[in-house]
Design a protein around this ligand. Structure first.
Ligand SMILES: Cc1cc2nc3c(=O)[nH]c(=O)nc-3n(C[C@H](O)[C@H](O)[C@H](O)COP(=O)(O)OP(=O)(O)OC[C@H]3O[C@@H](n4cnc5c(N)ncnc54)[C@H](O)[C@@H]3O)c2cc1C
Length: 401
């Protein structure tokens, strides 16, 4: 039977390990970190991501992953409420967006994978390079707790995120389209009456807030790329003063009251890119390693899970037959099926920051007009249809193996 090395136990790597191991394929999952409470990663799962987990047969296991549903969206312009819209309709009835604990989600995926004999995971194993023979990747070099190891494989999957070593060492070419924004993340106690997700915009500012799975308020303050250095010098107290002038009075007084309890804030350097080809002979990239997503619309985890479903559909039959040529065609099919969704979502993600931060003469007028139009329910309905790709994805994705 074929054996597969997966580099990275994020959402992409852990879920692929589970799907392959479930089909009796030998899988070695290598993760650099010792535990799952790694640096903060996204935690909003969209209905598209939740459907993907359901298709993987994990709906019962998901019950054990702490989460917080987000049942509405509200928009504020220059501090005033424009609308507060409950998320409704058949597809939202099945799944509302949810903030989940990413460490618990990953723990769950790995423990489901571990129910299968051929699964092995090594934590604290950092992949340093690829082993190549006759122009084909045939394994990885890793620094593990036992020392330097060479691990051979019929297939190497790079699911090692935005700074992927497999991408780098495999010579994958990348097209960048970095959005002109960075994000400052802050976590603080949540007001008791807070519901759903709130978006504050106006005067060149964006601020997003939602209640987390552990009952805190997560704020994402979206800033123009490069503005962080100045903000860093100013310090958290000044940020709070600045934010207070852009949000509604209830949030402003909450920020003032909780000034002292803000968790260590950090900056996310927003990146959006995609490799020109997802594979080289013997190796395939998935998730952020193949296409790092901008934070707009909370897409990265969801798209990674959907990549994995399509990948499993094509990889399982090829690995079962043990035919390298079939594996090569599977790589091309996976990329072909996924690229439409990735390209469309990345294109849509570019729009809000361009309009939101535009200093062109029409910028403020466009923002104001859009906000006023959004007061009307029929306009929201039309806009909602266009924006449905964020909660539901672009293409049909069905697990067949
Ligand atoms: C601050 C922040 C907020 C975000 N918010 C959201 C959100 O709300 N919703 C959403 O859908 N997406 C969000 N995203 C994006 C989302 O987190 C990523 O798109 C998603 O985690 C990608 O999954 P992945 O499995 O491809 O990669 P990752 O989650 O990055 O996992 C890669 C794994 O590989 C490991 N690794 C890396 N290098 C090596 C190596 N050399 N050897 C071994 N292991 C290695 C890493 O330790 C990591 O565990 C956010 C991202 C950030 C940074």
């Amino acid at each position: 039977m074929a054996n597969v090395v997966i580099v990275g136990a994020g959402p992409a790597g852990a879920s692929l390990a589970y799907l392959l191991a479930r089909r009796g394929i030998e899988v070695t999952l290598l993760e650099r970190e010792q535990g799952f409470s790694r640096e903060f990663r996204g935690e909003v799962l969209m209905p598209s991501g939740l459907e993907a987990l359901e298709q993987m047969g994990l709906q019962d296991a998901m019950e054990g992953v702490p989460s917080q549903e987000q049942g509405s969206v509200s928009l504020y312009m220059n501090g005033s409420l424009i609308f507060d819209q409950a998320l409704y309709g058949k597809r939202f009835e099945r799944h509302l967006p949810r903030a989940v604990s990413q460490p618990k989600l990953l723990e769950m995926l790995v423990s489901e994978a571990a129910k299968n004999q051929g699964f092995r995971m090594e934590q604290g194993a950092s992949v340093k390079g690829l082993i190549e023979e006759d122009g084909r990747v045939v394994g990885v070099r890793a620094r593990t707790r036992q020392g330097e190891e060479r691990i051979r494989a019929d297939l190497v999957v790079g699911a090692d995120g935005r700074a992927s070593i497999v991408r780098k060492k495999g010579g994958f070419r990348v097209k960048h389209s970095s959005p002109p924004l960075d994000v400052i993340w802050l976590k603080l106690p949540c007001p008791t009456n807070w519901t759903g997700g709130r978006l504050y915009m106006g005067r060149g500012h964006f601020l997003l807030g939602y209640r987390t799975w552990d009952g805190f308020l997560q704020l994402a303050w979206i800033i123009v790329k490069g503005a962080f250095h100045q903000l860093k010098e100013e310090g958290v107290d000044q940020w709070i003063d600045e934010m207070k002038t852009h949000v509604s009075p209830d949030l402003a007084s909450h920020l003032e009251a909780e000034r002292g309890s803000i968790h260590k804030p950090f900056l996310l350097d927003a990146v959006s890119d995609c490799v020109e080809s997802w594979s080289v002979p013997g190796a395939l990239l998935l998730g952020d390693a193949a296409h790092t997503m901008s934070p707009v619309g909370a897409q990265g985890i969801n798209l990674a899970l959907r990549d994995v479903i399509v990948a499993a559909n094509h990889l399982v039959p090829a690995l079962e037959r043990g035919d390298p040529e079939l594996l090569g065609s599977a790589f091309l099919e996976i990329e072909r099926e996924r690229m439409r969704e990735i390209r469309t979502v990345q294109r849509f993600q570019e729009l809000p920051p361009r309009v939101g931060f535009s200093h062109a003469w029409w910028g403020e007028a466009a923002r104001f007009t859009a906000a006023q139009l959004a007061r009307f329910a029929p306009v929201r309905l039309i806009a909602g249809k266009r924006l449905a790709i964020f909660p539901f994805g672009v293409t049909e994705v069905d697990l067949r193996v």
